[in-house]
Design a protein around this ligand. Structure first.
Ligand code: NI
Length: 388
């Protein structure tokens, strides 16, 4: 049986919600309009509980099935925030806020979960509880973590979590994912090297900060080639390098560099941090200089639970989607990773067709994907918690 007929009926309404959010994008945790509208609609659908202000501006809603024999709860997550990008789509519902746009399709994710919520609140054709999670600040603000820190998983006794992200370049009606690592972690480091400045013609009276720092850059690249398992998937890049000298005849006192480490294995992430510190400090020391390492952890690796991927793939196929559950992982990071650290579950990419890439000013979420996303969520709930 293909797409649930109800979603075909609801499509104009869900599309309207999506385009309204697209026209009125909001950033990070500052989602007064978006979060209020989401909560208002969830209440209008007749959800059993709607709570605002979780993780600062997240919204959580509960829909109880006809019965609850096993006391099981499934969490479904959408993100609500936009990006600081100036839209160039020229759409008649393009962003009304200069410099802010829904360039990652979170308007579509929120609309699809609202659509699924409306259907599930009407039908309640399941045995258990659905917890709808609308999170703020996916784009760099760790909104998922803020909601978890606010008790999301324990307060609503969530057993499994699932989320969907649109995928430009994947045909509409297809869903792709994989078991295990799906998206990379993203950590940043800054290294400040301090030597002893002096005259360029008398290096023996100085400690050459530039040379020590340059050697650190070279040696950092041995971490991926010599320390990480050759089958591990890690990338390290030094993106900035500067010294406090602006003259060719001066040896500087300090040098500074910044870089990023992306890993698809959580173990490699810990190893990389330990090695970056060791390489920087010990290499500097060999030159008589000092290195200070500031490590800023970003989003963890997004790790799908294999069994949950199977459940999700079966539900997607039953909802009429074409499924590839053995896709290759990708290196951009995602804060749904925090939820998957707490509970088993799966993250999936939903085809957005031939659109601009996410985070591009010409990007737009494809409304044709809406019934597929809604049907997937509904089918997943009805299959994981079949009505008694
Ligand atoms: Ni996104």
């Amino acid at each position: 049986m293909p797409i649930k007929n109800r979603f075909a009926e609801l499509l104009p309404e869900i599309t309207e919600w999506r385009r309204d959010m697209h026209e009125n994008p909001e950033l990070m945790y500052e989602l007064p309009r978006t979060a209020a509208l989401v909560a208002e609609r969830l209440r209008a659908f007749g959800c059993d509980e709607v709570v605002e202000g979780i993780g600062r501006t997240g919204v959580v809603a509960v829909i109880k099935g006809k019965t609850d024999s096993a006391g099981k709860a499934i969490g479904l997550r959408a993100d609500m925030d936009a990006l600081p990008i100036h839209e160039i789509t020229g759409l008649d519902y393009a962003s009304k806020t200069p410099g802010v746009m829904h360039a990652c399709g979170h308007d579509g994710h929120t609309a699809m979960l609202l659509g699924a919520a409306k259907y599930m609140a009407e039908t309640r054709n399941f045995d258990g509880t659905v917890v709808l999670i609308f999170q703020p600040a996916e784009e760099g603000g760790a909104g998922a973590k803020a909601m978890i820190d606010d008790g999301l998983m324990t307060r609503w006794k969530i057993d499994e979590v699932y989320g969907v992200h649109n995928a430009p370049g994947v045909p509409v009606g297809e869903i792709v994912t994989c078991p295990g690592p799906l998206q990379a972690s993203s950590d940043e480091f800054e290294i400040i090297v301090t030597g002893q400045g002096g005259h360029a013609a008398e290096p023996h009276k100085a400690v050459d900060t530039t040379l020590a720092a340059a050697q650190i850059v070279v040696t950092l690249h041995t971490i991926v080639s010599r320390n990480v398992d050759p089958l591990g998937r890690v990338v390290l890049t030094v993106g900035t390098f500067e010294t406090d000298s602006n003259q060719s005849n001066i040896i500087p006192d300090t040098a500074r560099m910044e870089g990023t480490v992306r890993c698809l294995e959580p173990e490699a992430r810990a190893l990389a941090e330990e090695r970056v510190r060791r390489v920087a400090e010990d290499t500097a020391s060999a030159f008589g200089a000092k290195a200070e390492v500031i490590w800023t952890p970003g989003y963890p690796v997004t790790v799908n639970d294999a069994t949950s991927v199977d459940y999700a793939a079966e539900a997607a196929a039953a909802a009429g989607l074409k499924v590839d559950a053995e896709a290759a992982p990708i290196m951009p990071s995602e804060d749904f990773s925090y939820m998957l650290e707490e509970r088993p579950g799966a993250y999936l990419f939903l085809g957005n067709g031939d659109s601009a890439q996410c985070h591009h000013p010409a990007y737009n979420f494809n409304d044709e994907a809406i019934p597929f996303g809604c049907s997937f969520f509904a089918e997943l709930v009805e299959r994981r918690m079949p009505a008694a």
